[in-house]
Design a protein around this ligand. Structure first.
Ligand code: DUC
Ligand code: ZN
Ligand code: ZN
Length: 471
């Protein structure tokens, strides 16, 4: 007898952004071919009783093997980064092809494809980072790249090697409006940060904890408001990334209340880390460098504000902002091999594998619904970044990117058990309830009972993006 399906997942408690139902899932040629009761046989069958079947996570903001200035190097490439992703229930990643000032955007994209090819174990798309919007970039490269399936790009309001002037931001937003792309904005005021940094360093206040004082919430609030103003002038939606707390949230609520399409993203570090974590006494006060990221983690009040805004629908997406730098590494958190003034600590923390379990724990504690979880971590990022309905849901015709969660299991996060190539996790020792135990990418099982099955590196495919769907 010929099997009807390559794989049947039996008795699945399927949860999407909108629905919940129990059925069998039939998979053929990597695609969900049927959802129903008592489906015919599969060449492989798995019993999902007692587990939740969720669409694989889509991590719409992570950094893998991104070329760095000043002798820095990311610890994760497309192989180790996607391996960690899938072990944490994420089956699609969207990192950044970053233009260098003075370089072409096309060259950045070509280079980034070379870095991904033969390495990725799950599917991936690219955002662009526009760092030098010359006339050629604005009139030729960007429009052509948007047509080819790079429909989202990030711009920076800070960092000398990346930041755009206000005028340049307006130009980039205009191109996005004309060609139907989505702009992601890193909103922090560069001059304020530089001024505060110089003052702190001048006073000899150089420990990691001063990173937070150099980038206070007001700096993020001002830039968020300015970005919103630019979006209003150009009349185009934007997405404010890695929102850290109530000040920026206030601006976003204000804009949304005026009917503007101001979208927003937050990340696990703004729910689970605080400024105190950058003040860790270890390593003579330098261990706080492990939690240095931008915007910086704030305080318990701000964490509460982020949880509340998640629940209330202020945010569209919940991403990792995985920015993997080793701690004990001259090319990582200790540039040159020794503790450095906070201004030289590379910004960013690892989190591609822990993103979903940390938020799922919030579901288990009643912070948000399971449907909101799926919406924030899979459905909305798939829609915004032009990958829906291939990714982001469990439906006939969608890729069989399915994650079976054990909603009851308690796990203590230990770096030794994670699959990234970073030498620490900021969540060491934290207990979470619920873990993704079986993970399938296009019907191929990559994780079984929590064990990584070591599929062929390079099986992950590039996903050209359609136009963004903003709702
Ligand atoms: N911005 C990011 O988006 N990621 C890491 C650090 C940063 O500043
Ligand atoms: Zn950023
Ligand atoms: Zn980032």
């Amino acid at each position: 007898m010929i099997d009807t399906f390559d794989l049947v997942i039996r008795h699945a408690d399927v949860v999407t952004a909108a629905d919940r139902f129990t059925c069998d899932i039939g998979v053929r040629d990597g695609v969900i071919a049927a959802l129903g009761r008592n489906l015919a046989g599969g060449a492989r069958e798995i019993d999902a009783s007692g587990l939740l079947a969720l669409p694989g996570g889509v991590d719409g903001h992570c950094h893998l093997d991104q070329p760095m200035p000043d002798g820095l190097r990311m610890a994760d490439d497309f192989f180790t980064g996607t391996r960690a992703a899938v072990c944490g229930g994420t089956t699609t990643v969207i990192p950044f092809a970053a233009q260098e000032k003075g370089g072409s955007l096309r060259a950045a994209v070509d280079d980034y494809h070379r870095r991904a090819e033969g390495r990725a174990v799950v599917d991936y798309g690219f955002h662009l980072i526009v760092a030098d919007p010359t006339e050629k970039v604005l009139r030729e490269e960007l429009p052509q790249l948007i047509r080819e399936g790079y429909t989202s790009f990030k711009i920076y309001m800070t960092y000398d090697d990346l930041k755009l002037s206000d005028r340049e931001i307006l130009e980039v937003l205009s191109v996005a409006r004309e060609h139907g792309a989505l702009v992601m904005v890193h909103a922090e005021n560069s001059d304020c940060i530089a001024w505060l940094t110089d003052k702190l360093v001048g006073q000899g206040r150089i420990a990691p904890k001063f990173h937070g004082l150099a980038r206070p919430a007001a700096v993020e609030r001002e830039a968020t408001h300015r970005a919103i103003t630019f979006a209003e002038l150009v009349d185009v939606p934007i997405l404010i990334v890695h929102v850290s707390g109530k000040e920026a949230i206030g601006q976003i609520r204000w804009a949304q209340g005026r009917g503007m399409q101001i979208l927003a993203e937050t990340c696990p570090q703004y729910l689970y880390l605080s400024a105190e974590d950058m003040n860790h006494p270890g390593d003579d006060g330098y261990a706080g460098a492990k939690c240095v990221c931008s915007p910086p983690p704030r305080d318990a009040d701000n964490q509460e504000a982020v949880w509340k805004a998640l629940k209330q629908g202020v945010f569209s997406v919940f991403s990792s902002d995985h920015a993997p730098f080793n701690y004990e590494d001259p090319q990582g958190k200790k540039p040159g091999g020794k503790p450095q003034s906070f201004e030289h600590i590379p910004n960013g923390i690892p989190g591609i594998e822990t993103r979903l379990p940390l938020l799922f724990d919030g579901v288990r504690h009643g912070r948000l619904s399971i449907h909101q979880f799926v919406e924030l971590t899979s459905y909305r990022p798939a829609r915004l970044y032009g990958l829906y309905p291939r990714k982001g849901t469990i439906a006939v015709g969608a890729d069989a990117d399915i994650v079976l969660w054990d909603p009851e299991v308690r796990t203590t996060i230990r770096n030794a058990q994670l699959h990234h190539a970073v030498d620490y996790t900021p969540y060491e020792g934290r207990e979470v309830i619920g873990w993704p135990v079986h993970c399938f990418s296009r019907g191929e099982q990559l994780v079984a009972s929590g064990q990584y099955l070591a599929p062929a590196a390079g099986r992950g495919r590039f996903l050209p993006a359609d136009a963004p769907s903003l709702v």
